[in-house]
Write a protein that binds this ligand. Structure first.
Ligand code: NAP
Length: 321
């Protein structure tokens, strides 16, 4: 089968289309023929080598989520799964391929009315948005900043915060046009990537920050937390924050701030699946919006990554085998 691996960490030219043997589903796994493959921000972070210290190595087969049909099951898996249309989390590897395996507990049947592309635009990221807001103990009326809002996690976080009754939903993004799209999804104030702008009525402080970006400017955002504010770091698309950012937190000691990292890995699989299933149903009804930026053939994965690195993607790029 055709698959896309990281030949060398760094820019997208290091991605390579290769031929690999079709994986056999191990006990507890299913084999899927994808109709849609999600290109996540995490894939770019892995490709750049940002997570090399977390055990990712060159030769890595990228991709963590697919939607498609189950064609075979491993030992111990109910055979009635065969032929069903599903979304699946493949782990942090294995998605950019013509065939993919996933543990059966990480598979969810797709509701009618949800396309494969929509499913991979929402499947992994929507639950991150949900649980990050929950971990932040967000309550109605509070001011929320979604930093890096134009990706799939941010797009869902904006919608969830708005419909849960946030006092203000502030976002950072890189252009007016992207800001207008985020307003359409529920943002009330649009800041630039540095956190400037937003108009005269923009809130000066935030009760909750959901941060997809990290990077060198993270301490500036910490400074703008209100007393008792909660900052939840969910991503590092802008790289790691400076090593001494904890000092900024300590300097604001008397504001009783909380800084948390949040990883979906810490949420029990059944809890993730329950939220994901509800979000899929909402998306199928049109109550939760998914944004598919572009659909490209699998062998153009490097183009997809170039688009992400150039900052041209709003939502998710989807690959099709
Ligand atoms: N916590 C978890 O469990 C979990 C699960 C999955 C993924 N993740 C993490 O979440 C991140 C990916 O999320 P995603 O797919 O929603 O993000 P994404 O689409 O890659 O990026 C979101 C937005 O961030 C902005 N951005 C990109 N580079 C930036 C930079 N250098 N500085 C400032 N802003 C920048 C861009 O918007 P603008 O151009 O409009 O500013 C971009 O659209 C990764 O770090 C991944 O590791 C976490």
């Amino acid at each position: 089968m055709k698959a896309v691996v990281i030949r060398t960490f760094g820019d997208p030219d290091g991605l390579e289309v290769v031929d690999l043997p079709v994986p056999a589903p191990a006990p507890g796994q299913v084999l899927i023929t994808p109709e849609a493959i999600g290109v996540g921000g995490v894939d770019a972070v892995i490709r750049r080598g940002t997570l090399a210290t977390h055990g990712f190595k060159e030769g890595h087969l990228l991709g963590s989520e697919v939607a498609g049909n189950i064609t075979a099951v491993g030992a111990g898996v109910d055979e009635t799964w065969i032929g069903r249309r599903v979304w699946a989390f493949t782990g942090l590897s294995g998605g950019y391929a013509e065939q993919a395996v996933a543990a059966v507990e990480d598979v969810l049947a797709l509701p009618d009315g949800l396309t494969g592309a929509e499913a991979v635009a929402l499947g992994s990221s929507g639950v991150v948005a949900h649980f990050a807001l929950e971990r932040a103990r967000f309550t109605p009326g509070e001011t929320v900043l979604v930093r890096g809002a134009a990706g799939s996690i941010g797009i869902t976080a904006v919608q969830l915060a708005a419909r849960a009754g946030a006092g203000a939903v502030v976002v950072t993004t890189s252009s007016e046009q992207r800001g207008a799209r985020l307003r359409d999804l529920g943002a009330t104030h649009v800041l630039d990537r540095s956190g400037d702008g937003g108009g005269p009525d923009a809130p000066s402080g935030f009760d909750v920050v959901i941060d997809v970006v990290g990077g060198p400017q993270l301490p500036l955002v910490l400074d703008r937390l209100n007393s008792n504010g909660r900052f939840v770091a969910v991503g590092v698309v802008g790289g790691h924050p400076p090593a001494d950012f904890g000092m900024r937190l300590m300097e604001a000691f008397r504001k009783s701030l909380s800084f948390a990292t949040f990883s979906l890995d810490t949420v029990p699989v059944p809890d993730r699946q329950a939220v994901r299933s509800a979000q899929f149903a909402q998306a199928a009804r049109g109550d939760l919006r998914t944004v598919v930026h572009q659909v490209l053939p699998l062998d153009q994965a490097a183009t997809a990554h170039r688009e992400m690195d150039a900052g041209r993607v709003f939502g998710r790029i989807v690959l099709v085998p």
